[in-house]
Design a protein. Structure first.
Length: 285
């Protein structure tokens, strides 16, 4: 199947040795950039719409980190084989994030991720795997969901929110939050969420979402009843985790400090920008 708006000759563009490289596809303008449609073919995508899912996740990561989106993603109209198509100019960092958010079943994605890791020491140091980047977005989603749940719970009669919050953890982990941090080896002063892996974060996001839905659907009212509701939802999520993976959530390993991951991504953005500025200066001499 031929990619949307892209000729067959584009099929030669891969990260494979001996073929046109990622660097060969870069363009110079106000800044160094790559076209999204070129990158998508290198990564094994046949549909621009499918690749846009990876780009949208990458844009979300930039937004979460406070990195200017328009400096990294610029929508354009472009002619390919005489056909006008929508495309996007991507910075090196945008290419990297889109690759890290790509379909991991594609062998080209693994090759591309290795390629970017080899171009920047900061990537090897701080971004241990693609799931760490996904953690950044899920962690931010949890913060938003917690704010929403807090408002709903207080309107429903929660006066001591920490007790309500702890009830959800108790249901999911069979222990309160303080004990859970001890078991996981996390500093009591740090949020446990900052050290959860992708799957555990996703499970907690689901728990929070379902707790809010239960409160609204069943019109739960009062501190005790709301704590009980949070604990019930936590128990159901726990049962699902054990049934699916066989490992109780309290035994799931902790992950790299999310603050270090976020710092590493910001440093990667800066390093890639410096790399391409130097490249433009060198080529302009």
């Amino acid at each position: 199947m031929q990619p949307d708006g892209v000729g067959n000759e584009m099929d030669v563009f891969h990260f494979d040795e001996g073929r046109p490289s990622f660097e060969d596809l870069g363009h110079d303008g106000d800044s160094h950039f790559w076209y999204a449609r070129d990158l998508m073919v290198m990564l094994g995508y046949e549909s621009y719409n499918a690749f846009q899912n990876a780009m949208n996740k990458a844009i979300g990561t930039c937004t979460t980190l406070g990195i200017p989106v328009l400096e990294n993603f610029s929508q354009v109209q472009r002619d390919i084989d005489g056909l006008p198509v929508h495309d996007c100019k991507l910075s090196r960092f945008a290419c990297y994030l889109s690759t890290m958010n790509g379909d991991v079943r594609k062998p080209q994605i693994a090759a591309a991720q290795a390629y970017f890791a080899n171009t920047a020491e900061v990537v090897r140091t701080y971004i241990q795997n693609a799931s760490n980047i996904e953690r950044v977005q899920i962690r931010d989603d949890i913060s938003e969901r917690e704010r929403s749940l807090s408002g709903v719970a207080r309107q429903a009669g929660v006066e001591q929110y920490p007790l309500f919050q702890n009830a959800g953890y108790r249901g999911m982990y069979n222990m309160d939050l303080r004990r859970l941090k001890q078991v996981k080896g996390v500093d009591q002063k740090r949020p446990l969420l900052d050290f959860m892996g992708k799957e555990e974060l996703a499970a907690n996001l689901f728990r929070l979402t379902q707790t809010e839905a239960k409160i609204k659907k069943e019109n739960v009212r009062g501190q005790w009843a709301l704590e009980n509701a949070a604990e019930q939802v936590g128990r159901r999520v726990r049962a699902t985790i054990i049934e699916t993976g066989g490992t109780p959530p309290e035994r799931l390993p902790i992950a790299q400090d999310i603050n270090k991951v976020e710092s590493g991504l910001k440093k990667t953005n800066r390093e890639f920008s410096k790399m391409d500025r130097a490249k433009q200066i060198t080529e302009g001499d």
